[in-house]
Design a protein around this ligand. Sequence first.
Ligand SMILES: Cc1cc2nc3c(=O)[nH]c(=O)nc-3n(C[C@H](O)[C@H](O)[C@H](O)COP(=O)(O)O)c2cc1C
Length: 181
Amino acid sequence: MNHHDADGARERAGGGAQRPGADTPTGRAAAGGASEPDSAPQAHGRGRPELVYYSSTSGNTERFVRKLGFPALRLPLRAGDPEVLAERPYVLVTPTYGGGSVKGAVPKAVIRFLNNPANRALIRGVIAGGNTNFGEAYGLAGKIVAAKCHVPHLCTFELLGTEREVVAVRDGLEEWWPRQQ
Ligand SMILES: Cc1cc2nc3c(=O)[nH]c(=O)nc-3n(C[C@H](O)[C@H](O)[C@H](O)COP(=O)(O)O)c2cc1C
């Protein structure tokens, strides 16, 4: 596993991400419950969400994941790279690449990873990146993966994520994650 911990750097302000799980049955509790202080460092592993993510060479999703600050495993860019195996439950973070349609919306590297039943068994939720210019297809990869894997589509963020999106996703995941294991 090639994990990294993020630097927590914050970029542009604004935006309006939902908190993770806001559109799911578990989301109600996640949005309303008590939260851990942002500054409280937690041990790697138990109680801390693990992420698996794909990001193309433009690197928007990579930057968003780094700002979240959770342990994260990046899926390979090239088809010839060795297959990645998840070892623990995780939340998938994926950009959307369909150009407005379902076909191609989920990146090939994500499909390849999820085609392995062992990896599919460990997914607990999905967060999608996208661009609101795509209208109805904004963050479509999240809906597709959620339906196929029977896990909640926790939220969507735009491009590399606004500061508000990063904070909402980080806080929401910290509340929601402990109940998923
Ligand atoms: C060819 C192409 C197709 C895209 N299609 C969609 C789309 O259907 N829906 C969407 O929300 N975003 C779409 N996007 C926007 C990407 O999801 C967005 O730029 C994302 O931040 C890319 O993440 P990455 O830099 O980590 O690869 C598309 C981007 C490209 C370049």
